[in-house]
Design a protein around this ligand. Structure first.
Ligand code: SAH
Length: 254
């Protein structure tokens, strides 16, 4: 039986599920763990998953699932963004019944707040939506989300990560209003999935972590798109290495 500790984190974790938006972000990680392909998460959708069992340090074991939103059949690219991420996460939770859900991937960082390409952020304080502008009573706050973000303090050291406010939206390039939002809210990581998955994890009563590695700097003159494509592979490999450290840490608690 999984018990929930006073800090709200399950101990031990027996089943951890990772969700990636892009195949390039998580395929190397899944391969490195030797996970087996489980095929599609739903016969109507491109979302798919892999799973396997890892040995814990003191005789226990950890089951690991890795899910992807999959490739869009009409456009031939990864189904990035909030809707496919939440759908895939929901299906993965139903199939695998994890006791911890992790959204891992890449993000845009902010030089003014100390980010470098390769910096790793662990979502803390709150998950925000920067592109849900709904100026109606109640819906304005629902739009921004401000979904509670928390993590075991120890993980910052274990993963060599920094705590960061993560903000989600469905566009890659920011508009002026969004740039103002990032400053006002002190956003560290701008990406396209975490807040949607955080809300879903909350619906399921599941502990949730977001681990995001910086591929591009939003406030740096080099166009984000070029930096993103140049750094994607290298940064994803280093992200995978930090996720293995997370699994090792969870393995010592089985
Ligand atoms: N042209 C790219 C698409 C990358 S989209 C390609 O097809 O290779 C960006 C994806 O990486 C999203 O899943 C998002 O979560 C993350 N991401 C990385 N940097 C980002 C940024 N600066 N803004 C928004 N999302 C970013």
């Amino acid at each position: 039986m999984t018990e929930i500790t006073s800090d709200g984190w399950p101990r031990p974790v027996h089943r951890v599920a990772f969700l990636f938006a892009m195949s390039a972000e998580g395929t190397g990680f899944a391969r490195r763990l030797g996970l087996e392909d489980q095929g599609s998460l739903d016969s109507s959708l491109p979302a798919h998953w892999l799973k396997g069992r890892l040995a814990g340090s003191d005789g226990g074991s950890l089951e690991v699932a890795v899910g992807f939103a999959g490739t869009d059949p009409d456009h031939g690219v990864d189904r990035i963004g909030t809707v496919p991420a939440a759908l895939a996460a929901h299906l993965l939770i139903r199939r695998f019944e994890p006791d911890l859900l992790v959204n891992a991937g890449t993000c845009g960082g902010f030089k003014v707040r100390g980010a470098r390409v390769g910096s790793i952020y662990l979502g803390s304080k709150a998950f925000l939506f920067h592109d849900h502008r709904v100026p109606l009573p109640g819906f304005d706050a629902f739009g921004v989300g401000r979904i509670e973000a928390d993590h075991p303090e120890e993980l910052l050291e274990v993963m060599d990560a920094e705590p960061g406010v993560i903000s989600t939206g469905d566009s890659f390039t920011p508009c002026a209003e969004e740039l103002e939002f990032f400053e006002r809210e002190g956003v560290h990581a701008k990406e396209m999935e975490a807040a949607a998955i955080a809300r879903l994890a909350r619906d399921h009563g599941l502990p949730f972590l977001a681990v995001k590695a910086v591929t591009d700097l939003v406030d740096h003159p080099e166009p984000e798109q070029e930096a993103f494509l140049r750094n994607l592979e290298r940064v994803s490999a280093s992200l995978g290495e930090r996720l293995v450290r997370l699994l090792d840490w969870l393995g010592t608690r089985t």
